[in-house]
Design a protein around this ligand. Structure first.
Ligand code: C2E
Ligand code: CA
Ligand code: CA
Length: 949
């Protein structure tokens, strides 16, 4: 509308026109004029003297007014009324200041610049009573009769300013020679000079009237400025109203922003390019040209900025305009003072509310990341910075990591969130770590890494404040500003606020951490760190809720077999350690997303979610069983444990966690009942078992012909030269179909637990006797065979009959059979042991105390136990000959045994000097790799011993 139109004619002229029309025909006539003219302006716009319209609009209005009022001299009368009605608060004082009509006509060309840009005046001749004035239209503007009439009227009115009758104006319209120029000859009468006093008085009255109009317009403008709602509106109004007070076609206003965002620029009558250009020039104090009038917008409180009135070229400024613009700018500054103060207090109010919200949000944030985000989000609002982050300090890595950011674009945000701020790369961090105080990072002085970050995030300076819990540094909060921090009041306030918020944030972070620890403790098992039953069930419920129609959820219920034995046998510390190792193995067998929980005691459970293959849970369960089947090392010992696993699967939605868990539990019981160390699937027949239990296989080993005996020779070394094989120890082997040849260490503990050991011992007893019967007897006398017995076998009712049967079946002398018992607590504690030993000895069978020196009994026990032989454990023999204590033990045992009439065998002889020492101290019977390894067949040939004697 108005703004798109060329600014060629001041609306002071149109206002004048409409005032005239209204006086003749009322508002209806005014509306009629606008209607007829076809201009697209409202009455209010056309009477707003700060606006400008096009030359074309002006002429259309002139024509319409002439037609509506209905006589020929309309425009002459409008022009004549102009100065009487005080055309412009500016124009009248300007002309009055000239002092006389002659002088006023001479100044008219300058004055007219304030009203129109399409024509210029030139004074051709002037004297005390007449003047010739040429009106030159700018190129491209039509000559108009109405325009000339208006000018005629206007020119006639000038003498009235001095109380004279109107001048007589003759108009010579433009001619062919001068198509763009009209000429006006003006004649006026000499001022009647009644008296100096009366003249002076009339002049003063006219001045006063003009001043009143000025004051009024200034007041209206000022009160309108002050009535603005906010700073932005007041800025718009300052440029708009500037034109009502003075009379330039364009204005520019540049004001410093209190928030430090940069200068605020407003203009009227300028294209945006020109506005930007002029604002830039103004900022660096470059000249804006002779036609620019620049005044400060300043109050006693502060300098807000500058206001520029831009006149048409050549119009120049006059002192009157400057004074008015300055007065106006002063009002504008006062209005800005008021509104900035108002906005400050509003902002304070908002901040107080924001601080309350912050306190609340911090208190309700669930974890440290949420706390950090609340803090980061609040910083820009409360502090007035443009961006913020919260970083966490990782003392172990020596670095800060951003865990929350606000006020940044997605790209910048990603950048800071992925940057690790390392103390060894950023010297500022070292300062922060030592001082634990706030720090200012400035793009000009920052270390290279930080400089880079500041540049990419668009901050010129960043305030960094530590988040401290007591003395411990938890992290930092940062507030980034687009400008440089310069120590102004605003900035100092901002710093104080950041510090205050950081204190709150630090406390909230600390609370969140405490809460996280407590939450973790209440949901995790202290021993293994795994989720406890509570959390596991919750995770299971969540997984079932999230499951889609086609996907499956499985629980693998995993119970250790005979864990109680480990706890009782090795102690609780070892039991705990085993549970820890078991949990680590289970964790190691599943994907990171799968949950492993400890439900209690030796019960574990694994949750598999989003399963698309029904076979997968079973495969995982099998893996778990296999993984636990490998031996563990606890307190330097090898410990074995197996597990029984029950699998339950739910496919699709609406699964129930408690039911699924119960189903897997029942399946686990089925696995136990089927012989342990295996997997069972809920709701499936046992045929689906895939891992055959080692225990089950062992029970069938004898029947399947998988058991073997290896024989190790027992050698008499008492002869001076020759070594004689006098017997053999039978050592059990299991030829497992998948695992190959197994030594007793691999299956005996399991056999003992499963109560299978006596079956094995009885098998060994029979097989050993059978073998002895077929060996050709050496010349030195009959060979013996030694069979190892577990304590359980000794007290088993089947033992004595089996011994009798073997002796008779294979035709052996009872003394050819040695039964080896490991001296141990369990042997001594078993009721009926001594009786059983006596019973066997009465049969003529010889009893041997195995692994002597390692177990419970002291030498004194030798007297109590009915034994024929002791076997000194390998652990003593291998220390010979250097280790004095071992030597003493071996010597002592030999001496005591000789006294009690007990035979002694030294076990585990591997080195010739061990053998030499044993012979030297009088040990006659020896066993060991040096003299013969266990083998399927006994080598009876004389052992060859390298070195020694
Ligand atoms: P043990 O009764 O002390 O048997 C001697 C073990 O020491 C055998 O291990 C043998 O191979 C090994 N050995 C012999 N000489 C040396 C040597 O010079 N150096 C070293 N380093 N080792 C040597 P194996 O065959 O693995 O048997 C281990 C244990 O299993 C036996 O210890 C015995 O307690 C038990 N055992 C073996 N067969 C049976 C059985 O049929 N029934 C029962 N209940 N236990 C058995
Ligand atoms: Ca033995
Ligand atoms: Ca032994």
């Amino acid at each position: 509308m108005v703004t798109n139109e060329p600014r060629e004619t001041s609306c002071a002229t149109t206002k004048l026109l409409l005032t005239y029309v209204r006086a003749r025909g009322g508002d209806a006539a005014v509306a009629d004029v606008i209607e007829r003219s076809g201009v697209e302006h409202t009455v209010a716009e056309l009477e707003d003297t700060s606006r400008w319209v096009s030359h074309a609009s002006r002429l259309r209005l002139f024509e319409a007014a002439t037609a509506v009022v209905g006589h020929d001299r309309v425009m002459v009368e409008v022009g004549a009324a102009a100065l009487r009605n005080g055309l412009r608060s500016v124009v009248v004082p300007m002309l009055r200041a000239a002092g006389s009509p002659r002088e006023a006509y001479r100044r008219l060309p300058t004055t007219m610049q304030h009203l129109t840009t399409t024509s210029t005046l030139r004074v051709l001749v002037s004297s005390d009573n007449d003047a010739s004035i040429a009106v030159l239209r700018a190129e491209g503007f039509e000559h108009s009769r109405h325009d000339c009439e208006y000018a005629q009227g206007l020119l006639s009115a000038v003498p009235a300013l001095w109380g004279l009758p109107p001048a007589v104006v003759t108009h010579s319209p433009s001619s062919v020679e001068d198509p763009e120029e009209c000429r006006f000859d003006v004649r006026w009468g000499s001022p009647a000079r009644p008296s100096g006093v009366r003249r002076r008085r009339r002049e003063l009255e006219a001045d006063l009237a003009a001043l009143r109009v000025q004051m009024h317009e200034l007041q209206v403008a000022a009160s309108d400025l002050v009535a603005s709602q906010d700073v932005r509106t007041v800025l718009d109004r300052i440029v708009d109203h500037a034109a009502t007070v003075t009379d330039a076609p364009a204005y520019l206003l540049v004001v410093d922003d209190a928030a430090g965002i940069g200068p605020l620029v407003r203009s009227s009558g300028l294209t945006s390019e020109r506005e930007a250009l002029l604002a830039r020039r103004l900022a660096v104090d470059e000249s804006l040209g002779a036609d620019a009038l620049i005044v400060d917008v300043a109050s006693s409180r502060r300098v807000h900025g500058r206001l520029v009135a831009l006149y048409a070229p050549g119009a120049g400024e006059n002192s009157q305009s400057r004074e008015l613009l300055e007065a106006y700018a002063h009002h504008a500054a006062a209005a800005l003072d008021l509104l900035t103060a108002l906005e400050d207090s509003r902002r304070e109010e908002r901040r107080a509310a924001d601080l309350l919200t912050l306190a609340h949000d911090l208190a309700t944030a669930r974890d440290d990341v949420a706390v950090a985000q609340v803090l980061a989000d609040a910083l820009p609002q409360i502090v007035g910075c443009r961006a913020s982050t919260v970083m966490q300090w990782d003392a172990a890595l020596g670095s800060f990591r951003v865990i929350a950011a606000a006020g940044l674009g997605p790209v910048e945000s990603d950048l800071v969130l992925s940057t690790v701020f390392r103390a060894d790369q950023i010297p500022e961090i070292v300062g922060m770590l030592t001082h634990h105080g706030p720090m200012l990072v400035d793009v000009r002085t920052a270390s290279p890494v930080l400089q880079q970050v500041l540049r990419t995030t668009g901050s010129q300076s960043v305030v960094v404040v530590p988040l401290l819990a007591g003395d411990e540094l938890m992290g930092v909060a940062t507030a980034g500003f687009s400008g440089l921090i310069d120590g102004t009041v605003e900035h100092r306030e901002a710093l104080a606020r950041i510090a205050g918020m950081s204190d709150q944030g630090a406390t909230a972070l600390q609370n969140a951490r405490l809460l996280a620890t407590v939450r973790h403790q209440s949901q995790h098992d202290a021993l293994t760190g795994l989720p406890n039953r509570l959390l596991f069930v919750r995770l299971l419920d969540e997984a079932l809720r999230a499951a889609g129609t086609g996907s499956g959820t499985a629980v693998l219920f995993c119970d250790l077999d005979r864990f109680k034995h480990i706890n009782d046998g090795l102690g609780h510390a070892a039991g705990d350690e085993l549970l820890r190792q078991v949990s680590a193995r289970l964790r190691g067998e599943v994907r990171p997303g799968d949950a492993v929980g400890r439900l209690g005691g030796d019960e574990f459970a694994v949750l598999l979610a989003e399963i698309d293959d029904e076979r997968q849970p079973f495969a995982v369960a099998t893996r778990l069983v296999d993984a636990l089947d490998e031996p563990f090392r606890i307190e330097g010992r090898e410990v074995r444990i197996t597990a029984s696993v029950g699998v339950a699967i739910h496919t699709g939605t609406n699964g129930r966690g408690d039911k699924l868990l119960a189903a897997s539990d029942s399946a686990m019981y089925i696995a136990k009942q089927s012989g342990r160390n295996q997997v069972a699937i809920a709701g499936e027949s046992l045929a689906r078992r895939i891992v055959p239990s080692l225990e089950a296989e062992l029970s069938k080993a004898a029947g399947a012909g998988e058991l073997r005996l290896h024989f190790q020779p027992v050698v008499d070394v008492s002869g001076t030269d020759e070594l004689t094989v006098v017997g053999a120890e039978a050592l059990l082997r299991w030829h497992h179909p998948r695992l190959g040849l197994l030594a007793p260490g691999a299956f005996l503990p399991l056999a003992e637990e499963a109560g299978l050991v006596t079956d094995l011992d009885l098998w060994a007893l029979d097989a050993a006797c059978k073998q002895l019967a077929v060996w050709p007897p050496p010349s030195a006398g009959p060979l013996h065979v030694a069979v190892n017995l577990a304590s359980a076998s000794l007290v088993d009712a089947r033992l004595v009959p089996a011994v009798r049967t073997a002796l008779t079946t294979y035709g052996l002398q009872p003394s050819q059979l040695h039964l080896e018992l490991v001296e141990s607590r369990s042997l001594i504690d078993l009721p009926g042991v001594i009786d059983r030993m006596d019973e066997l000895r009465q049969l003529g069978v010889r009893i041997s105390l195995d692994d002597f020196g390692t177990g419970y009994s002291t030498l004194a026990w030798l007297q109590a136990l009915p034994v024929d032989q002791i076997k000194i454990d390998r652990s003593f023999i291998m220390q010979l000959p250097k280790h004095g204590a071992s030597l003493a033990v071996v010597r002592g045992v030999l001496a005591l045994a000789r006294e009690l009439g007990i035979e002694v065998i030294a076990e585990g002889v591997e080195e010739p000097d061990q053998l030499a020492m044993l012979r030297e101290i009088g040990c006659e019977l020896v066993q060991g790799f040096l003299l013969g390894r266990p083998a399927p067949e006994l080598d009876q040939s004389q052992p060859v011993v390298g070195g020694g004697s």
